[in-house]
Design a binder for this molecule. Structure first.
Ligand SMILES: Cc1cc2nc3c(=O)[nH]c(=O)nc-3n(C[C@H](O)[C@H](O)[C@H](O)COP(=O)(O)OP(=O)(O)OC[C@H]3O[C@@H](n4cnc5c(N)ncnc54)[C@H](O)[C@@H]3O)c2cc1C
Length: 306
């Protein structure tokens, strides 16, 4: 399923390199295969990259994670859906939850555009729409919704065999099995719910990526899109029962990196709901940690934004 192998996080300054070295050492201590490369070693693996001192931000080194890669996300979602369906889960597509029913402090159902469903457990897993959905039961979450944009080029012969990320230029790129270059950067700097692509993103991305790969100066962009990201103040998610409403749970706040976390997130959420309390692994992600000032800093999780 992984069509590419190896993930580079580039460093363009002494400060960035020292941060990446710290990250490499932390990773090693946790048994994760990652180490630093110098510009010449980077060039050997990425022949098209510009390691000269001409770009505004010359490359000083990179954190390299050999097992890192990309995965075809829609195929993963279809596989999860098929597996859940086989186990008897009912999936109602095109069905919008418009209200959550609560009686005597207990969740009792949801009102949808296709009728009411009674139940004794409701889990809100609606990412960028979490604030709006939870508002229906007066649960105020510290989420701020920002769009995150991406684009793909037309297909080209395979030339980029690794994922490349630059925290300084705030960009990433990789090439799919179909030959398209998938490109993206950090979240839009201001919060809103718009999902339209912008020329500003395209221009900013193009200027930054050409500093790394001048070879891309003539590529044709095929399409752009944007999705909504639910950002929290400490960049960690909320996976938690909501004390004020029995049977109501929230899993959200994944921001820009919730896809890779889905298996662990889903497994632990299921255990939390089955036992009525969060398992130890996800307990720090409780929703009231902000009031208790016990944040779980996770800013490096999406290296584009670090
Ligand atoms: C451009 C882009 C690139 C990204 N790249 C990466 C990456 O490389 N790696 C990574 O790990 N993560 C990435 N992410 C983040 C990742 O996509 C999200 O964190 C992840 O999809 C969140 O999963 P989720 O299941 O919580 O929510 P989502 O996948 O957003 O699903 C929420 C669902 O809730 C539905 N919904 C909303 N309101 C209602 C309602 N009222 N009733 C019923 N349904 C409702 C929505 O329609 C949606 O289907 C990226 C995001 C974007 C936008």
């Amino acid at each position: 399923m992984f069509s590419q192998q190896g993930h580079f996080t580039l460093g363009h300054s002494t400060a960035a390199i020292s941060g990446l070295v710290t990250r490499a050492e932390n990773n090693k201590a946790l048994g994760i295969d990652s180490f630093m490369l110098d510009p010449k070693e980077i060039k050997k693996m990425l022949p098209e990259i510009d390691i000269t001192d001409h770009p505004r931000f010359p490359i000083h080194g990179a954190l390299y994670h050999p097992p890192g890669g990309i995965i075809r996300h829609d195929a993963v979602v279809w596989a999860y859906a098929r597996g859940a369906d086989r186990k008897g889960v009912q999936i109602h597509q095109m069905t919008e939850v418009q209200d959550i029913l609560v009686e005597n402090g207990k969740a009792t159902g949801v009102v949808t555009n296709r009728g009411t469903i009674n139940c004794n457990t409701v889990i809100s897993v609606v990412a960028g729409w979490s604030s709006e959905v939870c508002k229906k039961v007066n649960v105020k979450l510290p989420f701020v919704t920002h769009p995150l944009q991406a684009l793909v080029t037309q297909s080209y012969k395979p030339w980029l065999h690794h994922v490349v990320v630059s925290g300084t230029l705030h960009i990433y790129l990789s090439q799919t099995d179909r030959g398209e270059i998938v490109c993206g950067n950090g979240i839009d700097t201001y919060p809103h719910y718009g999902m339209r692509s912008t020329l500003g993103f395209l221009e900013g991305y193009a200027a930054h990526v050409l500093e790394l790969f001048p070879v891309l100066h003539n590529v044709a962009v095929q399409r752009q899109w944007a999705g909504l990201c639910d950002m929290t103040p400490d960049y960690s998610p909320i996976i938690s029962p909501i004390d004020e409403i029995e049977g109501f749970y929230v899993n959200g706040g994944w921001g820009t990196y919730g896809f890779k976390a889905s298996p662990a997130s889903g497994y632990n959420t299921a255990e939390m709901v089955a036992n009525g309390k969060a398992p130890e692994m996800i307990e720090p992600f409780r929703y009231n940690r902000f009031a208790e000032n016990r944040l779980v800093g996770e800013k490096a999780a999406a290296s584009v934004g670090s």
